[in-house]
Design a protein around this ligand. Structure first.
Ligand SMILES: [Zn+2]
Length: 426
């Protein structure tokens, strides 16, 4: 394949992905706007018209920003960095600054990361301080926003440097199968990350306090006991520092498992509703969704690394990126930017699997806690998070990792009988 053929295929995929996403967003916007004045009958008793309108306006605001952001970042910036020679330019600057060794490759990867982060910054600021604020969700201060960004960058640097250096070294020393050894390194890195996340990384961003003694704790401990589950601890996280959205999640692996509730969830749900939400999360664990998800990710990483191993020595690829030779930092950065463009046709499949797992977790919750409590918890969460109850069916089919609220509630009302990641909201 020639560099120009490669460029043409890539450009065609970029345009196709953008057109597809924009069309879906427009469909979703039209559907939500059409249904703005009418609460679906199932929800009429619990969701007032005012809250339903608020959810529609919030959804429309997010969609508009999403379309502009995807045209700017996934369109213009992506093309500028790849076919426009942006990565090659960053690599040349890095070579001047750091010489020809691995420092140059590190400089290129982090240079590209900084450029993409800075380009996305106006959108992140608009999302947090305009949209979330306008709809009454934002609690992030400017100081916290900057602090989060600095911490996030520092963390990428600290965690990314050893992994990248290992990859650069393997490319040089391990022969033609370097991508396979890289895969083993990647698996080890991911497992360590999952292990250290709850104790060392999450506390950099939030405060975790053990769930206090009382009715709620007793209920939850009884539920955990009933399900034969072992967790290292029950924690409340100060999610209210950043946003008033509520949620609950699991974290960790093996003996390091923790159950985390957002403080905003505890404030709003009754103890029996929280118990039902947790039973849903336990369902994800009981059905093995988390290790299965990890296994799929590892399999996917192997395929991608095999492709990278081939593209690395393919002149068409690095010449399309305006590189004179396959400098590993630049090739890696280019690959990371190019891959998502080719994966968009698989999105509906990933969403379909995720939705099946939600039904399984709901069925588990209905068996081990009260289905009625989960229904009322879901209704409250949809209302308080201003999640739309009237998504466009096609948009929902492609993107939603959670089944539409009406469908979920309908299944739960029928006793959780349903076709056979761990958050309860989209
Ligand atoms: Zn779930």
């Amino acid at each position: 394949m020639s560099a120009s053929a490669f460029s043409a295929i890539f450009a065609a995929f970029v345009v196709a992905a953008l057109a597809w996403r924009t069309w879906l967003a427009l469909r979703q916007a039209r559907h939500v706007a059409l249904n703005r004045e009418r609460v679906p009958p199932d929800f009429a008793p619990v969701i007032p018209l005012e809250a339903h309108r608020r959810a529609a306006d919030y959804t429309l605001d997010k969609l508009k920003l999403g379309v502009v952001e995807s045209l700017a970042i996934d369109g213009a910036l992506l093309i500028a960095l790849t076919l426009g020679g942006g990565i090659a330019a960053i690599d040349a600057v890095s070579a001047r600054l750091f010489g020809e060794g691995h420092a140059r490759d590190l400089g290129t990867v982090f240079g590209v990361l900084i450029v993409t982060t800075v380009a996305a910054l106006p959108f992140d600021i608009w999302r947090t301080f305009v949209i979330e604020a306008r709809h009454g969700f934002n609690r992030t201060t400017a100081r916290l926003f900057v602090l989060d960004m600095v911490k996030g960058m520092a963390l990428s640097f600290v965690l990314g440097t050893p992994l990248l250096l290992a990859v650069f070294w393997l490319v040089q020393a391990a022969g033609p199968l370097w991508w396979l050894y890289t895969w083993f390194a990647w698996i080890a890195f991911t497992l360590v990350l999952v292990m250290v996340f709850p104790r060392w990384i999450a506390p950099l961003f939030n405060r975790f306090t053990p769930l206090e003694e009382g009715d709620l704790r007793r209920r939850i401990e009884a539920l955990i006991e009933r399900c034969g589950f072992h967790a290292k601890g029950l924690f409340v996280m100060d999610g209210s520092r950043r946003s008033s959205h509520g949620n609950a999640y699991f974290t960790g692996f093996g003996t390091n498992k923790r159950i985390v509730f957002f403080d905003t969830l505890i404030e709003r749900l009754t103890p029996s509703e929280i118990e039902a939400v947790l039973a849903h999360e336990l369902g994800h664990f009981a059905r093995g969704h988390i290790p299965r998800l990890l296994a799929v990710r590892f399999a996917l990483a192997l395929v991608l690394l095999a492709i990278l191993g081939w593209l690395y020595q393919e002149p068409a690829f690095y010449r399309a990126l305006h590189l004179d030779a396959p400098h590993i930092g630049a090739v890696l950065a280019g690959f990371a930017l190019v891959v998502p463009v080719f994966t968009f046709p698989f999105q509906p499949l990933a969403s379909l699997i995720a939705r099946r797992q939600e039904f399984e977790a709901d069925a588990f919750a209905a068996r081990h806690a009260s289905a009625a409590d989960l229904v009322s918890a879901l209704a409250k969460l949809y209302r308080d998070n201003a999640a739309t109850l009237t998504p466009d069916p096609l948009h929902s089919l492609v993107y939603d990792s959670h089944p539409p609220a009406a469908l979920r509630i309908d299944h739960l009302r029928r006793g959780g009988a349903a076709p056979s990641h761990a958050q309860i909201l989209p």
